[in-house]
Design a protein around this ligand. Structure first.
Ligand code: CP
Length: 358
């Protein structure tokens, strides 16, 4: 029987499944590990001999490097399973002979020889079907006997959200009373998931922050995630509002997080039985995207935010489209702090869910 409330748990829809207190515990743990790291304190006893498998169906710099470094700093072993070099794990109904392998078999096998499986999937490998990748990760969880970690799917990017909260805690010391604006930003590429903005608004409202979501019409987030964010803000006496005005989002903000994501027509939508209920419309998505080229963060918008306010971005950023060099390289930018904190966030998650102490 599991007596530690973290040990053995999955980290998939973490903004919904972990309580505010559990998120606070993870933030504390990450900051503790960060201090020990700064002192060159040996941490290799924490997950000595434990094995983390990673599977990236998409490109990654930050998530890949920090999970790999993190597990090894904790004394564990990292095995990167490259889908395509292994048989590609497939959901029921998506099998291709001698090319894919059913998730139940992959999860069952890896559970016998390792201690956690971390997965990233969104976009083309998930056929652009909104929710497909999240369902794939949950199918792994159904069959695995070891924890499953979501390293970004089409709905959530919870490890990024944890690193962002750690960064906010370092900069402001608190969440209460801090005004955060999650804003859409223009990019030349429309092929981006909604995972980061959805995770950021959920995590920030969960911690009681005053959250504004800003985006042009047509870039709405998942209605269920909007509803959950509203409920979190009511429970924590924070606030949550939506605006379609770019400059409005900057006024009075302590934190601005302008980041591009795909318009509503970028995605295919299916019902629970898997039937297509709405097909991707690239032309309409491109039209919506091009109509909002002015949603680029410049020094003009940054002058609207509060004194000592900060600029956040999960990276990679599209410079000259989402943001100017002057802003992202300027004194308000904390983007490298966020990226650094991915390491400590991942180490905290692995320590708690893969840890050796029951
Ligand atoms: N922010 C983030 O997840 O970066 P990578 O895509 O490089 O992992």
């Amino acid at each position: 029987m599991k007596t530690n409330k973290f040990l053995g748990r999955d980290w998939i829809d973490a903004e919904l499944d972990y309580t505010k207190e559990e998120w606070e515990t993870l933030i504390d743990m990450a900051l503790y590990l960060k201090r020990r790291h700064a002192m060159n304190d040996d941490q290799s006893n924490i997950l000595k001999g434990k094995t983390l498998f990673t599977m990236f169906f998409n490109q990654s710099l930050r998530t890949r490097s920090t999970f790999a470094a993190g597990i090894q700093q904790l004394g564990g072993i990292h095995v990167d399973l490259e889908p395509g070099k292994t048989y590609t794990p497939a959901r029921k109904g998506f099998d291709i002979p001698y090319k894919t392998e059913r998730i139940s078999d992959v999860a069952g096998m890896l559970s016998r020889v390792g201690d956690a499986i971390a997965i990233r999937m969104y976009g083309p490998p998930a056929y652009w079907i909104y929710g497909f990748a999240n369902a794939l990760i949950k199918e792994f969880a159904e069959y695995a006997e070891i924890p499953i970690i979501n390293m970004e799917c089409d709905k959530y990017h919870p490890t990024q959200a944890l690193a962002d909260l750690i960064t906010i805690k370092e900069k402001f010391g608190t969440f209460k009373g801090v005004n955060l604006t999650m804003s859409w930003a223009y990019s030349g590429s429309i092929e981006k998931p909604r995972a980061v903005p959805q995770s950021v608004i959920l995590a920030a409202t969960k911690m009681g922050m005053n959250v504004t979501l800003a985006h042009p019409k047509g870039f709405d987030l998942d209605p269920e995630i909007i509803k959950a964010s509203q409920q979190f803000s009511e429970q924590t006496n924070g606030s949550f509002q939506i605006t379609n005005d770019f400059e409005e989002g900057f006024k009075g903000a302590d934190i601005v997080y302008p980041k591009s994501w795909g318009a509503v027509p970028c995605f295919n939508y299916t019902d629970e039985a898997g039937n297509t209920i709405k097909e991707q419309n690239h032309e309409e998505a491109e039209r919506l995207n091009s109509a909002s080229k002015n949603w680029m963060t410049t020094e003009k918008e940054m002058r609207l935010i509060n004194k000592n306010g900060i600029y956040m971005h999960c990276l990679p950023a599209d410079r000259g489209q989402e943001v100017t060099d002057e802003v992202i390289d300027g004194p308000s930018s904390v983007v490298i702090d966020e990226a650094e904190n991915r390491l400590h966030a991942h180490k905290a998650i692995m320590t708690m869910i893969m840890g050796g102490r029951p």
